[in-house]
Design a protein around this ligand. Structure first.
Ligand SMILES: [Zn+2]
Length: 109
């Protein structure tokens, strides 16, 4: 018995199963074409969720930035700390997400 990744949901399952126990995909009917289109759908889903991540992180970064410069928050106030952390987290998160998107694109081409 070998453990494989389900082509539908990427969970680890036995290659002896006829049905995936997670997404109930019929593994006996899978051919090369179906595997290929499933893989493509998975990639699109993955890159869409990464795009969402980059959007949220950008929002976090911008709002932190705006709070810092628009409102005259005092250095040391909790608003200042919150704004700084929001900017820093948003920036780091954005960078990580961009790298992940790049790697994803590289692995498909
Ligand atoms: Zn599955």
């Amino acid at each position: 018995m070998a453990v494989i990744n389900c082509p539908g949901c990427r969970e680890k399952i036995s290659d002896k199963y006829k049905l995936c126990s997670f997404c109930l995909i019929d593994l006996t009917e899978l051919d090369v074409d179906k595997m290929d289109s499933l893989r493509r759908v998975n990639l699109i889903k993955k890159s869409q969720s990464l795009m969402n991540h980059s959007f949220i992180s950008m929002l976090l970064f911008c709002s932190g930035f705006l709070v810092m410069f628009w409102e005259s928050v005092e250095v040391g106030a909790w608003q200042y700390t919150a704004a700084i952390s929001s900017t820093a987290i948003g920036f780091a998160w954005y960078l990580v997400t961009r790298v992940r998107l790049l790697l994803l694109k590289k692995s498909t081409s």
